[in-house]
Ligand binder design. Structure first.
Ligand code: NAP
Length: 319
């Protein structure tokens, strides 16, 4: 089968299309024929060696959607032909086939496409966990979704709107602004504008927001604390460096800073997340947005694109 392989950590150019043996499922495993693979920023951190060193060579990627090709012994939830997505694979998702543990494979309803389903695993699960399992967001609260144009932000806006929150999104482009509005944000601000914090305070009648989902904490966390309402919560989802904060901004509001990494979520929480994803797709409140599709052979271009500004939903690879 064709797969993208990384033989040395480095820039996007280390992603090479190669022919490797097709895996076969052992007991408790599912082999998925990949129709689309989701490209996440974490894939680039791992490729570069900055995040965690992998045993080389390896096939990158966590997210994929496709059709069950075959199953190992003791697999009870799936059979060949089922349409599924995954957020974690054993063999890597940037390939024609991906080997997965049965527990990390999930069904999706037929009202979305494979490229859309390839954007479910990490983005929708992260957004749900941040909003509902970390920040404990409730209907009627106001949430600021930083980076509302990206994979996680798009999902977060849809989840929050469906749950009855008032959504303020931030984006860096006009296309991103339109996308956030389309997804259900009531207000969209530019995170590169000098005065967007003043706008947040004006929109909330100087009260501040109850919840902030933060995609770039090293740039925004200090400002976030000053935009929070009393008992407000910031969930740090994305961070690419260090930042100085004034802890008094948190003290005065009884505010909470919550860090999260989806990979730390316990199995029971993940089961709940994926049940919510199925329900949200089925009732039409979740509508994954695919901004760009690249052929598998152009994985390097996809890795460059996912780290550039001007996000528009998901970037996916099509084998
Ligand atoms: P993405 O699709 O590439 O989107 C990135 C988003 O960040 C875009 O909406 C972008 O907006 C926005 N952004 C750029 N500059 C910003 C700024 N100064 N302030 C606020 N937002 C800004 O990435 P993603 O998949 O949504 O992931 C977002 C972040 O979360 C990444 O850092 C990723 O590594 C992290 N993440 C963490 C977890 C976890 O488990 N903790 C899981 C998933 C993702 P414009 O392009 O419109 O400027």
């Amino acid at each position: 089968m064709k797969a993208i392989r990384v033989s040395a950590h480095g820039g996007p150019e280390v992603l090479k299309l190669e022919e490797i043996a097709k895996p076969s499922p052992s007991a408790g495993q599912v082999l998925v024929k990949v129709h689309a693979a989701g490209v996440n920023p974490v894939d680039t951190y791992i490729r570069s060696g900055a995040y965690t060193a992998m045993n080389l060579p390896y096939t990158p990627g966590f997210d994929a959607a496709g059709v069950v090709e075959s199953v190992g012994q003791n697999v009870t939830r799936f059979k060949p032909g089922n349409m599924v997505y995954t957020s974690s694979t054993i063999s890597g998702s940037y390939a024609e086939f991906a080997l997965c543990a049965e527990s990390s494979v999930h069904p999706f309803p037929s009202n979305i496409t494979f490229p859309q389903a390839a954007g479910l695993g990490i983005p929708y699960a992260t957004a749900y966990r941040a909003l509902f399992q970390k920040a404990m967001a409730r209907a009627g609260e106001t949430v600021l979704v930083h980076g509302a144009s990206g994979g996680v932000g798009t999902a977060a806006v849809q989840w929050a709107r469906a749950a009855g929150l008032i959504v303020i999104g931030t984006t860096g482009t006009e296309e991103g602004r339109k996308l956030a509005l389309l997804n259900g944000a009531s207000f969209v601000l530019n995170h590169r504008a000098e005065n967007y914090m003043d706008e947040v305070m004006r929109i909330t009648d100087k009260r501040g927001v109850d919840v902030i989902l933060e995609m770039l904490a090293n740039v925004n966390l200090a400002r976030d604390l000053s935009m929070l309402a009393k008992y407000g919560r910031v969930v740090v989802i994305g961070n690419r460096g260090k930042i100085e904060i004034n802890p008094r901004d948190a003290m005065g509001r009884d505010a909470t800073i919550l860090g999260m990494t989806l990979f730390n979520a316990p199995p029971a929480d993940l089961q709940s997340v994926h049940a919510a994803i199925y329900a949200g797709l089925d009732n039409g409140t979740l509508r994954p947005v695919v901004g760009k599709e690249f052929p598998l052979s152009e994985a390097a271009q996809a890795h460059t694109a996912v780290m550039e500004s001007g996000a528009y939903g998901k970037i996916v690879l099509v084998p």
